[in-house]
Design a protein around this ligand. Sequence first.
Ligand SMILES: [Zn+2]
Length: 79
Amino acid sequence: MPIYEYGCPTCGHKFEKLQSMSASGADCPNCEQPARRAISVFAAVSKGDGFASDMADLGGAPMPMPMGGGCGGACGCGH
Ligand SMILES: [Zn+2]
């Protein structure tokens, strides 16, 4: 069940609510007016906020070869 983030347009209060995807909305716990759904936590994760940017930081550099025990035979040098 996803967690939704809500922002209240009436008082500006932000809160998160765990609810089913079929739920229509939530009321602000502060002023009890209908709040607007901002983003779901799941949606934020699926954008690759962490993993994808980590990969981008490599700048297209080749992956480091596994170390320890020579070349592993990949280069054909016999080690
Ligand atoms: Zn409110």
